[in-house]
Design a protein around this ligand. Structure first.
Ligand code: FA5
Ligand code: MG
Length: 420
């Protein structure tokens, strides 16, 4: 029995996600049906989505640039299949988030019950992965926050986490006589630049390597043309902490947070003998800058006018997004038999030309959606889907019929096809 306490609050009994069932608690539940729909989209696994392209590009770069001694194998493990519902311990406590921190509130985080929430950042997986023994890893995934919605914010967005841990030798290189660098110091002081446990040199080298890694990544993505700046920041699980901003759309846009991992976190995860850094990238923000996508909501578009600009592209390709029309699409198909012995490949290029020539600006896309050969009649059939859309106005069905009719006539006249 469901007895709503507040008017119209939708509280299902349970939520099933990523193969696990969570029993909801009305007092905490604040997930909307619309948000559930977002969890089902899995944009990062959709090859036509720019976020998928960007993810692969960053992973390729990190694999290429960060390798084991001897240079043969990449050091970063890539984790893409972590469960998206995490415990309050994983999302907050393990990351040393104070009990009264705003991010814990039900106004900021989506809760299923007292214990479990939708992850608000990929940092939620740091503790458990380090505990499992991973020293160097990337975590990619969708994260959820009760944020405002505008051009740069959306309640579901995507992050990539990076964690890199070092022993003294890994951080400073093999020890040399007379040079005795240490990771830790006792009775040290916590300052703006370092944690109390860290030796000054260790903290400085970590900060340098962290910033170098991220600047190098941004140069690979944006080339030399991009303007970037470092800003001091605060996160409960890193110190010192920084944010990187990139100049885009006439403003500075924050694209990532990062810092030197709090030693207390590493200790509690069983890696207290190492030191390390971590970063969390906002993939949408980077993709907006990289591909010139002006609004974060576009990543959720199912409009083929958007998706076609990324479909079939490789991570290394340079792509600049061309704004699509705000008017609706209309599509019509045309199917015909080619004359006997007419070359199928040639027909395709001829067909694309013919359709564009007659349809002009009204044709947004053409694709062949069906092709087959009938051995009995020795005939080949083609079916093309034509997507009509105007930049200036809403097209009427009648208007499109006229254009489509002309295209059909030209196919018959020029190529002697038999309409099916
Ligand atoms: C974090 O989420 C930290 N976990 C990052 C981190 C990781 C710090 C590891 C230190 C070590 P923040 O809330 O600032 O930090 O988000 C990180 C990035 O996600 C932002 O820089 C931004 O690019 C992106 N981001 C944040 N909120 C949104 C949103 N609502 N929509 C789209 N992108 C967002
Ligand atoms: Mg931030």
């Amino acid at each position: 029995s469901t007895k709503p306490t507040s008017a119209q609050k939708w509280v299902p009994e349970k939520l099933e996600l990523d193969g696990k069932t969570y029993i909801s608690e009305e007092k905490y539940w604040n997930i909307s049906p619309n948000l559930i729909k977002l969890t089902e989209r899995r944009l990062l696994f959709d090859e036509a989505n720019p976020l998928n392209l960007l993810k692969r590009r960053i992973v390729n770069h990190m694999h290429k640039k960060h390798r084991k001694p001897g240079n043969r194998s990449p050091i970063f493990a890539v984790c893409e299949d972590q469960r998206r519902i995490v415990s309050v311990f994983e999302n907050f406590d393990s990351l040393l988030t104070p009990l009264d921190h705003v991010s814990r509130r039900t106004s900021d985080t989506y809760y299923v019950n007292r214990e479990y929430c939708l992850r608000a950042h990929t940092s939620a997986h740091q503790h458990s992965l380090i505990k499992q023994g991973f020293d160097n890893f990337l975590v990619v995934g969708d994260v959820y926050r009760r944020d405002e919605i505008d051009r740069n914010h959306f309640p579901c967005f995507h992050q990539m986490e990076g964690v890199r841990l070092y022993s003294a030798d890994e951080l400073f290189g093999t020890p040399q006589p007379g040079k005795d660098f240490k990771l830790f110091e006792t009775n040290g002081e916590r300052t703006k630049e370092k944690q109390e446990f860290h030796a000054f040199d260790a903290a400085k080298v970590l900060e340098l390597k962290l910033k170098e890694t991220l600047e190098d990544l941004c140069r690979e993505l944006f080339g030399e043309k991009a303007q970037m700046r470092w800003v001091d920041a605060y996160f409960p699980f890193t110190h010192p902490s920084f944010e990187l901003e990139v100049f885009f759309g006439e403003k500075w846009l924050e694209v990532l947070g990062c810092g030197v991992i709090e030693q207390k976190l590493l200790e509690s995860a069983g890696a207290g003998s190492k030191v390390g850094w971590a970063f969390g990238l906002g993939l949408e923000r980077l993709a907006m800058v990289l591909y010139g996508i002006p609004d974060i909501r576009l990543f959720w578009s199912t409009d083929t006018g958007f998706l076609h600009q990324f479909q079939g592209k490789q991570p290394g390709d340079s792509i600049q997004y061309v704004p699509i029309s705000v008017h609706p699409q209309l599509y019509m198909d045309i199917s015909f038999w080619l004359p006997e012995n007419h070359d199928s490949t040639h027909m395709k290029s001829d067909a694309y030309d013919l359709i564009r020539n007659i349809g002009g600006d009204l044709v947004e896309q053409v694709e062949i959606i069906d092709e087959f050969y009938n051995p009995k009649t020795n005939l080949t059939s083609h079916c093309y889907r034509i997507i009509y859309r105007s930049n200036e106005r809403v097209l009427t069905k009648e208007e499109v019929n006229v254009v489509h009719g002309k295209i059909t006539e030209e196919f018959i006249r020029l190529y002697n096809v038999k309409i099916r």
